[in-house]
Design a protein around this ligand. Structure first.
Ligand SMILES: [Zn+2]
Length: 126
């Protein structure tokens, strides 16, 4: 008798188990899914990601833009002060660098090749 009751309750339990929906593992999904890098970034990483998303490059991580070096399109040199030392490799395969100080104001020319350089103010992001 006891074994019959035990069997009946086991069958009921199995029927209830089959009828209930299968509970899938929901690790990380309860809060809307796995967070992206931008959602979980903090501090400096978050600042850099936000700046790159807006198209700016505050830490000069991207390849610098190329300029013609002419008077109309001078090489732009960012600086946090009113002057900066610039090294010009006048020709592509030169092994020596021509160094000169670039000051704020009008574009200056390289003393060797004559390429134009212009100093622009730059603010550090922090
Ligand atoms: Zn030069």
């Amino acid at each position: 008798m006891a074994s019959r009751l035990l069997l009946r309750s086991a069958v009921r339990a199995a029927a209830v188990y089959r009828a209930s929906p299968v509970i899938a593992l929901t690790r990380g999904m309860a809060a809307g899914g796995i967070p992206t890098d931008q959602e979980q970034a903090t501090g400096m990483e978050k600042l850099v990601m936000h700046a790159l998303k807006q198209g700016s490059d505050p830490y000069s991580m991207l390849k610098p833009k190329e300029y013609a070096g002419s008077k109309q399109d001078p090489h732009v040199v960012p600086s946090i002060t009113n002057k900066r030392i610039v090294g010009c490799i006048c020709e592509e395969d030169n092994t020596s660098v021509v160094w000169f100080w670039l000051h704020e104001g009008e574009p200056q020319r390289c003393p060797s090749c004559g390429a134009h350089y212009k100093l622009v103010p730059h603010q550090l992001p922090h």
